[in-house]
Design a protein around this ligand. Structure first.
Ligand SMILES: NC(=O)c1ccc[n+]([C@@H]2O[C@H](COP(=O)([O-])OP(=O)(O)OC[C@H]3O[C@@H](n4cnc5c(N)ncnc54)[C@H](O)[C@@H]3O)[C@@H](O)[C@H]2O)c1
Length: 324
């Protein structure tokens, strides 16, 4: 079993991945500056509160902890915020990654799993989306991720890095038994917003009901965070056993509309979802669904929690615990 550094491990997807890595027997060190994460998401003793841009400290952590690989989640993730302040996204997502890569180089660590995103494809010409579709992000958040992907390709080529880039679709769900779930601040993701509406009575806004989809609302590929965590474990183990560099989509291949999500929440919670209709949001493509055959074939990964009601039941259990 390996010693793995997880950046952003106090955040939503990172904390679930840390939980499953440890369950599998790997030893983990988390680096997070807690700008958006929560200390309570990380088991006692393994968190180092450090900003990724502190290259010297990241280098010494990698050396002192004898890390063999890095899983890199740490980033800002809000599309809306990135359109208002793109420079934040360049400084944190691109600058933070560049500093991390320099530290890895200095510490002699070359195995890397990177959190990329479906936002890399922008408004894709074909759905389901395969990895060879054009890279055409339509907001600074997506661009920041694409810039880091490009840096990684160059480091693979010129610096002997060995990397896997995972482009995930809509992460969702929770691992309530482990006390883990989704609570971004501010929250911008659909499922936690709908659950919050049910719990508080404050209506959630449905942005656009006139898309060219069967019920007029946007369709997305909802991937359970624990299935996503398993994909990271497969990816890092693949690198540790000398597998090749690659880029993979991570999704279920199933598309669900906003209306379907609302109705699944009503089924799971037994309550009506209060909602209001709003205009389309700029840059929201009608349909984003992954083709993740490549990941399934190469790493023998399978989404086993893909059922929408199952996803929502886990998220609901976590949201009720939080009470918001
Ligand atoms: N949530 C999704 O649906 C989704 C979809 C596609 C890709 N992603 C990617 O997955 C990753 C994790 O997303 P998440 O939803 O868990 O986000 P999150 O905000 O919950 O977690 C990110 C973590 O990174 C930390 N962080 C940010 N900047 C840092 C820095 N400079 N130094 C140290 N720590 C820093 C934050 O404190 C936080 O704990 C991100 O890279 C995101 O782009 C997320």
């Amino acid at each position: 079993m390996a010693r793995i550094l997880v950046t952003g491990g106090a955040g939503y997807i990172g904390s679930h991945t840390v939980y499953f890595l440890r369950k599998r027997g790997h030893s983990v060190v988390v680096v997070d500056n807690l700008s958006r994460g929560d200390r309570a998401n990380v088991p006692e003793g393994i968190l180092r509160v450090v900003d990724l841009r502190d290259t010297a400290r990241i280098t010494s952590i990698l050396k002192e902890e004898r890390c063999e690989a890095v899983i890199h989640f740490a980033a800002y993730i809000s599309v809306g915020e990135s359109t208002k302040a793109p420079e934040l996204y360049f400084a944190n997502n691109v600058g933070g990654s560049s500093s991390l890569f320099e530290a890895m180089q200095q510490a002699g660590v070359n195995k890397l799993v990177f959190s990329s995103t479906a936002a890399a494809y922008g408004n894709p010409p074909r759905v389901p989306i395969t990895e060879d579709q054009p890279i055409a992000p339509i907001n600074p958040y997506g661009d920041s991720k694409v810039m880091v992907e490009r840096m990684i390709e160059l480091l693979d080529r010129y610096r002997g890095f060995r990397s896997i880039r995972l482009r995930y679709f809509n992460a969702c769900g929770a691992e309530p038994e482990a006390g883990l779930g989704e609570r971004h601040d501010p929250e911008t993701h659909l499922i936690p917003l709908v659950l919050r509406a049910v719990l508080t009575g404050e209506p959630v806004t449905v942005f656009g009901e006139d898309y060219d989809t069967p019920d007029g609302t946007c369709i997305r590929d909802y991937i359970h965070v624990s299935d996503l965590a398993e994909a990271h474990i497969k990816a890092v183990e693949h690198l540790l056993y000398n597998g090749a560099d690659a880029v993979f989509n991570v999704g279920t291949g199933l598309g669900h509309s906003v209306r379907e999500v609302l109705s699944a929440v009503e089924t799971v919670s037994g309550r009506k979802v209060p909602y209001v209709s709003g205009p389309r949001r700029e840059g929201d493509p009608p349909r984003l669904v992954a083709d993740s055959q490549k990941l399934q074939r190469t790493l023998a990964w399978k989404p086993v929690r893909a059922d929408l009601e199952r996803i929502i039941a886990d998220a609901w259990q976590f949201a009720r615990k939080l009470g918001t």
